[in-house]
Design a protein around this ligand. Structure first.
Ligand code: MG
Length: 231
């Protein structure tokens, strides 16, 4: 285990802090749509984030012409926090460690999770609405899914942290882009083979059990999570 002196943790959100596969997919499920081929092309880097988002929005609008912000918020009602997410974040913050969410997911969901978990900072992608609250055709890209590094760099800069003091956590191979040079990364709940292979190829630890508290020993040199067995 690499010795780390962690002062900041950047979490991916979908599949890490919440028990979801994708905040985009949840909306697709609601409308009965599927990004299918476009998702494969996006994962291969053939389509930009903006193109991919506009395509998704177009699919939803082909089912329902006018989509209100409230319709989208309702899609997220059943979303659950990942086991141990709240405990892990509380304990990190108790130790004075800064916690941020860097997500390429949907701001409607990620923002509410950020608020619920009281993280220090968060950023994600999102939508635009007209003055009556109806969804516009183009999304807003703040976190390119394959280039999450710029937001981790910004987090380091704003908070005066060295890369070696930062660890990022993600469930997808694209999250490896959060690992800025000199920083650390821990894979969590990798489901797709490409993620599992990506983590092993990158030589990073991978917590496969869906309990955020199991990340603790990777942050603090084998130390068990403070409350495990104490409840
Ligand atoms: Mg994820």
């Amino acid at each position: 285990m690499i010795k780390m002196n962690i002062k900041g943790v950047c979490f991916d959100c979908d599949g890490v802090l919440i028990d979801t596969i994708s905040s985009w997919r949840i909306i697709h499920e609601h409308f009965g749509t599927d990004s299918g081929e476009m998702l494969d092309r996006f994962l291969r880097g053939e389509v930009t984030d903006a193109e991919f988002m506009a395509d998704d929005i177009g699919l939803w609008k082909s089912v329902q012409t006018r989509i209100h912000r409230d319709d989208l918020i309702r899609c997220y009602q059943g979303v659950k926090l990942m086991n141990g997410a709240r405990e892990l974040i509380d304990e990190l913050q108790n130790r004075g460690i800064l916690v941020a969410i860097v997500s390429a997911g949907v701001d409607l969901l990620i923002g509410s999770i950020a608020q619920m978990l009281k993280v220090d900072d968060w950023i994600s992608n999102g939508f635009q609405y007209d003055e009556d609250g109806y969804l516009m055709d183009d999304g807003i890209v703040r976190v390119p899914a394959h280039h999450k590094d710029s937001m981790v760099e910004k987090f380091a800069r704003i908070n005066g942290l060295k890369p070696s003091e930062i660890v990022s956590v993600g469930d997808n191979h694209t999250d490896l882009s959060m690992c800025i040079p000199g920083s650390h990364f821990v894979g969590f709940n990798g489901q797709k083979q490409v993620a599992i292979d990506g983590f092993s190829k990158a030589g990073v630890p991978h917590v496969q059990e869906k309990d955020c508290r199991l990340l603790w020993p990777h942050f603090f040199q084998g130390e068990p999570f403070p409350t495990i067995g104490g409840e």
